[in-house]
Each structure stands twice: as structure tokens, then as C-alpha cells.
Design a protein around this ligand. Sequence first.
Ligand SMILES: Cc1cc2nc3c(=O)[nH]c(=O)nc-3n(C[C@H](O)[C@H](O)[C@H](O)COP(=O)(O)OP(=O)(O)OC[C@H]3O[C@@H](n4cnc5c(N)ncnc54)[C@H](O)[C@@H]3O)c2cc1C
Length: 505
Amino acid sequence: MIPVLIAGGGPVGLATALELAHHGVRSIVVEPRTEVSWLRPRAKTTSARTMELFRRWGLAAVIRERAPLPVAWSDEAVFATSLLGREITRIGGCFGLDLAGDDLVAEPGQQVAQPLVEQVLREAVAASPHASLYAGRVEGMREDGDGVSVTVSGREMRAEYVVGCDGSRSVTRSAIGARYEGRDDARPNFNVVFRAPGLAERVPHGPAVHYWVLSPSQPGLVGRLDLADTWWCIGQGVAGDADPLLLVRALVGDDIDAEVLATDPWKARMLLADRYAGDRVFLAGDSAHQNPPWGGHGFNTGIGDAVNIGWRLAAVLNGWAPPALLRGYEPERRPVAERTIAEAAQNMATLAPEVTDPRLAGDDDAFDEARPSVAAAVERAKDSEFHSLDLVLGYTYAGSPHICDGAGERLPHRWLAPGGESLYDRLGRGFTLVGDLSLPAAADTIKAAADEGIPLDTWHDPGPGPDPRPAPESNGLALVRPDQHIAWKGEGDPRAALRRATGHA
Ligand SMILES: Cc1cc2nc3c(=O)[nH]c(=O)nc-3n(C[C@H](O)[C@H](O)[C@H](O)COP(=O)(O)OP(=O)(O)OC[C@H]3O[C@@H](n4cnc5c(N)ncnc54)[C@H](O)[C@@H]3O)c2cc1C
């Protein structure tokens, strides 16, 4: 019997396997694609939070090293009349890309196309003694009291648990009788990946992760995939039968020679599964939710799902938590997706067509007249799209059945020493008690964890000092979960807190 079968080896399925492997739990990832789809870049923003989670598996540094755009290259979005045209305004500090060394995060964000992330995750799965990739397609499944029977390309497999990371047309979602609720945006979008030697040298705006084109005739955005000649662009309001070369030329603002490498028509979707779980089957990533890409949250939300369901399944399969722990997955992750969909839909309400002005295409006087009001509208409407750390780092699991009163947030990060020693690097793979270990409650917690068989590491952090305490309003102790969220802040009975955090109570 396979402990965990994962349907789908996109970023979320691979991440689920790596979280399980992090806790020593075996899984297989069933995926029909034998190679990543290099010409479908899709997600380009890996959030600071996702990079922190990748750091737990030793992969943040690998991704950063292999990303073609170094994080220091740019954290700006430029708004212009075309890629080669006049600049209207710019927004800095986008997507947490400017946070290297900041106490707020263990990792800044990283611009990197999704296929490279998938490739790194695939290599990590291949190298893991606990995870493997199996070429096939999940065709159906049936749960019973002891496990799940899964049909994979005509063959029956038996697993204790299944995580459905099989994307928007999820077979798993249908198998548990869940369905998406929500809607599609009416407006079509058209992605093009193209090669244009010599184009970068002609861009007058300097490095930027996004160049938004606020042209009344063809709004959209353009960006670099590498520091060589490969670019992506999105035509907003453009249908799939459009001529891709004409779209590229319109956004660039010149009849350049470009080689079209790939095209991808898409519509933004605001969809949330009505439930995330059967008894032994769980949905994660796009199979459970989809949001418009503005703000760059979709894949990142899925990585949060993968870690949440991954550590829970591992705790149950490793025998230190009852299956009731799995029931906390949906109440913790579904509200995060709901909020993400709402914020991404809000970002979509103001795209390039909404803020452009015909005078921007006029002579210098007309442009100068229109520019201040367009710039102000962009800064007003787009700030939350590029600066969304309150969502990316700030979501909490308060109210979860497995979180004690007053807790739920991500453990505040800080650097312990110059040279990159992070508080997060001191956390164990199970729970970690962080804070003043000389307090009597600390000894009680350590004893209760030993009695209950719950893996508990400790990190003595007496504070107060100038640095933020891990749990400022607490008794000086924070019980930190494997996913770096605080389950308990030292108030009351430690044994009851541990039992609640692990689904025993
Ligand atoms: C244009 C665009 C831009 C985007 N930009 C961003 C961004 O900047 N930031 C961001 O975070 N997100 C972005 N997204 C969203 C992001 O691409 C998705 O959220 C992400 O791919 C979801 O990952 P996933 O693993 O859940 O699903 P998928 O990537 O869809 O992977 C599902 C996998 O399951 C496999 N599969 C399907 N059916 C089966 C089956 N029956 N059996 C076995 N395997 C199966 C598929 O082959 C696939 O590999 C963007 C999306 C688009 C379209």
C-alpha cells in the first residue's frame, strides 16, 4: 500500500511530495507529462512566503541560483505607452523582491518562470529516497474505510491517502463529489513567448520585472524571461485567434523582428471548490481554487496548501497524530483561497485598459497633460497588487480547530546573526517551542510532548532585546508548528495545547 498517492505533478503535487519526504513519508506522484512545459511560463512570481517554504527543503538557494533573472536585478514595475515608448510612472518594491536581509522574511520573493520551479522540484523528488514520479494519468478513485483504490492508466493502485493536485480539470475533485463555485471573467487574454535579439538594449526604462503598456490601442504587459533574448507578453482583451506577432509589435511599439515561440489564450477564473476533502482524499492547488493571475498568487497559494496537508498527513502516518488532524486542512486553507480570489479579482478590476488615456498617444503636450492623472490612477489602483505582504505573509489560521485562542499567525521572522542565520533555520521538523525556556511552562510543555509522543524541538530565545519577540503578547513562549505558524502562545495548560494542535482534542 502506498502511503500517499499524489494525482498531478505540477508545482503543487511536487511540493506535496517534498513536504511528505521532509517528514520521511513515502509518496508517488502520478503525472502524464514526462517533461516540464518550458514554453508555458504561467506563474512568474514566487512569493517571499513560498521561498521561505522552499528554504525548509533546502531549495530556495537552488531556485535563486538557477533563476535567469537575479533577484537584485529589479523590483520595479514600469508603466509606459509601449515597451519602447514614454514612461508614465513606476512602482518599486514589488512582490517582496526588495526584502533581501530584511528581518521581515527569511527569503525575499523571486521572479522565475514556473517551468524552472517545476524542474527544480522534479529533480528534488527524483533525488529523494521517499518520493517518486510515475508517468500516468489518474482516471478515477474510490475511498473505503482502509484506503483509496486509484485507477492509474488502466492499472489499480492502492493508497492510504490521496492528494489531488491535478489542476483545473481535476479528476479528484469529481471523485469526491466536490465542485467549483464562482465565475470566469468575460475578457480574453493572450500570452505570447517570443525571442527578440537586440530588443533589451533598446528599452529606455532600465530593468523592470513588468513593463505595463497603457496604450489605448493595445493594452497589456511585457517582461523578460531571461537576460538573453526571451520575453513574455500578455495582450489584455485579446482573443486566441489574434496574430501573435502583431500583438508583440503593438506592445513593443515598433515593427521588430521577433520569433514567436509559443502562444497561450486564457481567461481569468475566480473559482473555489465547495469542499476540499473526502475522508482520505484531499484537494490542493488549482484543483481546489483558481484566481486571476494579477498579484501573482495562484501557484503560491497552492504551495501553502501542499505544506499544510503534507505535514498533517505525515503526522498521522508517522503515528503521532490521529486522523482527526486532517480535518483541520479545509478550515485553514479554504479561507486563505477565498481571500486570495477576492484580492486578485480586485486587482483585475483595474487593468491597463481602465487606466489608459487617448492623450498618452498624442504629442508631447497631450502626453504631459494626461500623465499626472494616469500616474495617480495607476499608483492608487495597483499599489495593493504589487505590495500584498499582508496577504502573502499575513494570513492566519486563527479560528482553526487546531489553533489555540490568540494564535494562528506565521512566527515573526528575524535574523539571528549576520551572514544569513535565520530563526527559521532553528525550527525542527515537528513542533518547536520557541521562547524563554527557563519559564516553568517550558519544562511542562517539553514533558507533555514527550508523554504524548509529539516530536518537539526547542529554541531558547529569551528576548526581550531590540528584536521582535516570537510571541510578543504571550508568556514568552510560542509553540510553532511544522509550517512555521504559531499554534499556542504559552497561556494555560501546555498538554491541552499540544493535544489540540495535533488533533487529539
Ligand atoms: C497566464 C497565467 C499566469 C499565471 N501567473 C501566475 C503568477 O504570476 N503567480 C502564481 O502564483 N500563479 C500564476 N498562475 C497560476 C499558476 O500557473 C497555477 O496556479 C499553478 O500552475 C497551479 O499549480 P497546480 O500544481 O495546482 O496545477 P497545475 O500546474 O495545473 O498542475 C496540474 C498537473 O496535474 C496533471 N494532471 C491533470 N490531470 C491529471 C490526471 N487525471 N492524472 C494525473 N495528473 C494529472 C497535469 O499534467 C499537471 O501537471 C498563472 C496562470 C496563468 C494561466
